[in-house]
Design a protein around this ligand. Structure first.
Ligand code: 5GP
Length: 179
């Protein structure tokens, strides 16, 4: 991983976590999911766009029978959570009676999940849990239960490994933090 600063739009970012450092967390999460959901054929609901790289690496490690779906929730602009959440788009699967695991890139204020969880529960699933790569406990403003957390991080703005800054940085294999 390069030690050089990178620039995205008007901001500079420094290396924070090489992808290899995430893989131990992903192994541990997948191990728990394999044990907790054996014989339950869970439906992983990946919250786009930021979770795409995490979901790919996590689900390669999940070895039990499972299904995968994708939803999109528009809720965020720039480096501050807008608090505005729009509708849930894209869920075509019948989730009634299913065991759902929402796959999120990062839980910051919890606003997105505070909106999404009741809407998922209203569809009548057997259970709903959350698997998030990153969690910023210092930012949390809503009471959301997070059963599967990859890494807790401070209240900094990170990019890379699927996470963007105004559209840039999602393709970076490693995680960077704003300087
Ligand atoms: P929340 O609704 O929990 O405040 O924020 C969740 C969403 O905000 C995430 O799915 C992500 O899109 C965005 N977000 C929160 N913190 C960060 C961050 O540090 N970096 C990036 N790139 N996005 C973030």
């Amino acid at each position: 991983m390069s030690e050089l600063l990178i620039t995205l739009h008007d901001k500079q970012f420094r290396p924070y976590l090489p992808a290899e450092h995430l893989y131990g967390a992903l192994d541990a999460l997948a191990q728990r999911l394999n044990a907790d959901y054996a014989d339950r054929r869970p439906l992983f609901v990946v919250v786009l766009t930021g979770a795409f790289m995490f979901a790919a690496d996590l689900l390669k490690r999940v070895s039990i029978p499972c299904e995968i779906a994708f939803v999109r929730v528009a809720s965020y602009e720039g480096t501050g959570s807008s608090g505005l959440v729009q509708e849930v788009l894209g869920l075509r699967e019948d989730v009634a009676g299913r065991h759902l695991i929402l796959v999120e890139d990062i839980v910051d204020t919890g606003t997105t999940l505070h909106y999404l969880l009741p809407r998922m529960r209203a569809l009548g699933p057997a259970s709903v849990e959350v698997a998030t790569l990153f969690f910023k406990p210092a930012s949390l403003r809503h009471d959301v239960a997070l059963r599967y957390v990859g890494l807790e991080i401070p209240n900094d703005f990170v990019v890379g490994y699927g996470l963007d800054y105004d559209g840039l940085g999602r393709n970076l294999p490693d995680v960077y933090v704003a300087v």
